[in-house]
Design a protein. Structure first.
Length: 239
């Protein structure tokens, strides 16, 4: 019978997600081999120090990924073919992981912004301008502008008229929403920082408006590079 790792999990905001992540790591490391049956819910609950409902939800997450399959009357098994879903789970505590994430985001967002500059329509530009103005209003009203920020970048993705950029952008947004929110909320604490971020947004908009693909690419890269640096500052404990 397979056995699960015995490291219990500290209570957090999303136990099922954390348990699913731990089980996924066990599968990827070979501790639980492809095609093998998962330990029982009771065994997993004891191994991770959580309740059986948490285990059920964690297994449900793994099933939705296609990493775990169920066999009637026999239990849950590791899918021999592996997961069918791409996952993105950035760790705020791991600086190397954050650096890798921003390199990945750079590849997607910069290319999308460049394409938006060459493919945008007048209505696309109006939408981007509207959300840029929304950001300006949020700044004046001393709000963090998280929703406006996300709408601004979403409008840029829409302007690519590329279904893959749009759908993958939505996936990225849902997975890094907390990161975006953290960065924006911390930025909002400093008016000087808020103005600098807004200037970066304005530079992106101007390049897209001018249909300057190279300029849009450079502006997006500058914005993401600065965003990464800002997040590193926010997440570095004070001495």
């Amino acid at each position: 019978m397979n056995t699960a790792p015995s490291s219990t999990i500290a209570r957090g905001h999303s136990l099922p997600d954390e348990v699913a992540k731990r089980i996924r790591t066990s599968i990827e490391s070979g501790s639980i081999e492809p095609g093998k049956r998962l330990p029982t819910q009771q065994e997993l609950a004891e191994a991770y120090g959580v309740s059986r409902p948490v285990i059920r939800e964690a297994v449900s997450i793994l099933k939705s990924d296609g990493l775990v399959i169920s066999q009637q009357g026999r239990g849950h098994f590791v899918n021999p073919q592996g997961a069918s879903v791409f996952r993105l789970e950035p760790s705020f505590e791991d600086k190397e992981d954050l650096a890798d994430l921003f390199q990945f985001l750079m590849a997607v967002e910069v290319a999308a912004t460049e394409q938006a500059a060459t493919h945008r329509s007048p209505s696309d530009l109006d939408a981007i301008r509207q959300h840029l103005d929304g950001l300006e209003t949020a700044i004046r009203e001393n709000r963090n502008g998280v929703d406006e920020d996300m709408k601004f970048h979403r409008a840029i993705l829409q302007a690519t008229h590329n279904a893959y950029f749009i759908s993958f952008g939505e996936f990225l947004e849902s997975r890094v929403r907390n990161l975006i929110r953290t960065a924006r909320e911390n930025t909002a604490r400093s008016q000087d920082m808020v103005k600098r971020v807004q200037h970066e947004h304005e530079a992106i908009f101007k390049a897209i408006a001018a249909q300057d693909a190279e300029g849009a690419r450079a502006a997006a890269a500058h914005h993401l590079d600065n965003a990464a640096q800002r997040l590193r500052i926010y997440l570095t404990p004070a001495d």
